[in-house]
Design a binder for this molecule. Structure first.
Ligand code: AOF
Ligand code: ZN
Length: 377
């Protein structure tokens, strides 16, 4: 496998490739984040990154800018295994071989079953020196959403909530405006820009009537995903307006949903997607996630309410948390907790945040991290 050293020239160059890849953050789905750096005689001679579906792949973006004479005999660094299939673009392995690159340094294998080690094989078979696993951990972290999407056939799920110091997202009467300050709410808009789709449960949709848009400069709105089993939410909800500037809006509804409401919503340009409902008349979350994956949603953000967040934790399908904590105490056993559902029986089974990041946002605190369950690492 790859080079064992934690730091060194190869790692530094891979770090540069990862930096390139990050320029595509929030824009590449369903494709991964990929960056590439080309080195000749110890000098970086070209860089490139993948901008999104249908655009050049990173390796080709970097090779394209280069004089063919310089490319010949060069080293190429790329955080993800080069593809060897014809998708929206031709195989990168062909481009690398045609250019006469001598050595290829790779972060991680591409989990796409159409690639999955085959790209590495092809390069090696053609006589290219290939090193796999350079900054493996960092390369994995960068594309962990894409890896989850490929391996589990569902989007990588981030949940966001804004709670009081005592873990409530609304008072006993349901009031929730506002638990956190303006700055924290602006931060949420910034987060939305990095997700492909965003969803809230039916209760929150009705109670808060959120628009679920990004509203930041240069931002783009994620697709809105709404769950409305019977389609009996009021048709004058903000998210149902069908305004021209609105992002795509997909409403998951059960087979027995109100046919008139369905026609009204379709007439406004919203898409109603029929899904299975469980015994309690609630939309089957796994079916929704599967349908979202089929539609190329790699990163999904769930913005409550407590019941939806709780069900997702109960099913162990939360991958990441953004928890805003405000220095307010709401109190009351009837107040709404940030995470409902069943919860775990013993503390040892709790979901935990790993790779945590804690920072203050004006008067509030933002705690973020990937989720591990029970005794998982
Ligand atoms: C690379 N370099 O920059 C990217 C790769 O439909 P296409 O042609 O865009 O191919 C998409 C697939 O190609 C994607 O699922 C993943 O396997 C790979 N992405 N590979 O060598 C890149 N973006
Ligand atoms: Zn490619």
């Amino acid at each position: 496998m790859g080079s064992a050293a934690e730091s060194g020239p190869h790692q530094e160059l891979m770090a540069l490739a990862i930096e390139e890849a990050e320029k595509g953050l929030g824009r590449t789905s369903p494709n991964p984040l990929v960056g590439s750096v080309i080195v000749r005689d110890g000098e970086v001679v070209s860089k490139g990154y993948h901008r999104g579906p249908g655009e050049l792949h990173a390796e080709v973006a970097a090779l394209e800018k280069l004089d063919p004479e310089v490319a010949k005999g060069s080293d190429l660094y790329v955080n993800l295994e080069p593809c060897c299939h014809h998708g929206r673009t031709p195989p990168c392995t062909d481009a690398i071989l045609e250019a006469g690159v001598s050595r290829v340094f790779i972060g991680i294998e591409d989990p796409n079953p159409r690639v999955s080690g085959e790209g590495i094989e092809q390069l090696r078979a053609a006589g290219v020196d290939v090193v796999v696993g350079v900054l493996e951990e960092e390369s994995y972290r960068l594309n962990r959403a894409y890896v989850t999407y490929m391996n589990k056939g569902r989007p990588w799920v981030g949940v966001k909530w804004a709670m009081s110091l005592d873990g409530k997202i609304a008072t006993r009467s349901g009031d929730s405006q506002w638990i956190t300050d303006d700055a924290a709410r602006r931060e949420v808009h910034r987060l939305r820009d990095l997700y492909d789709a965003i969803t809230v449960g039916t209760g929150t949709l009705r109670a808060d009537n959120p628009r679920l848009t990004s509203r930041i400069e240069g931002g783009r709105d994620p697709t809105r995903v709404l769950l409305d089993a019977r389609l009996d939410a009021p048709l004058d909800l903000g998210a149902y307006s069908g305004d021209d500037e609105d992002p795509p809006t997909w409403i998951f509804a059960g087979p027995g949903a109100d046919p008139e409401a369905r026609e009204v919503l379709k007439g406004r340009g919203l898409e109603v997607i029929e899904t299975d409902v469980g015994d309690e008349g609630r939309i089957d979350l796994r079916a929704v996630l599967g349908a979202l994956a089929d539609r190329g949603i790699v990163r999904l953000m769930v913005e409550g309410g407590g019941e939806l967040t709780g069900s997702l934790f109960d099913e162990r399908i939360v991958d990441h948390v953004h928890a805003f904590v405000s220095p307010k105490v709401i109190g009351g056993r009837e107040a709404v907790p940030a995470v409902g559902g069943m919860g775990v029986e013993s503390v040892a089974d709790s979901a935990r945040l790993v790779e945590r990041r804690v920072r203050t946002v004006d008067n509030d605190v933002l705690i973020e991290g990937d989720v591990a369950y029970g005794t998982e690492e």
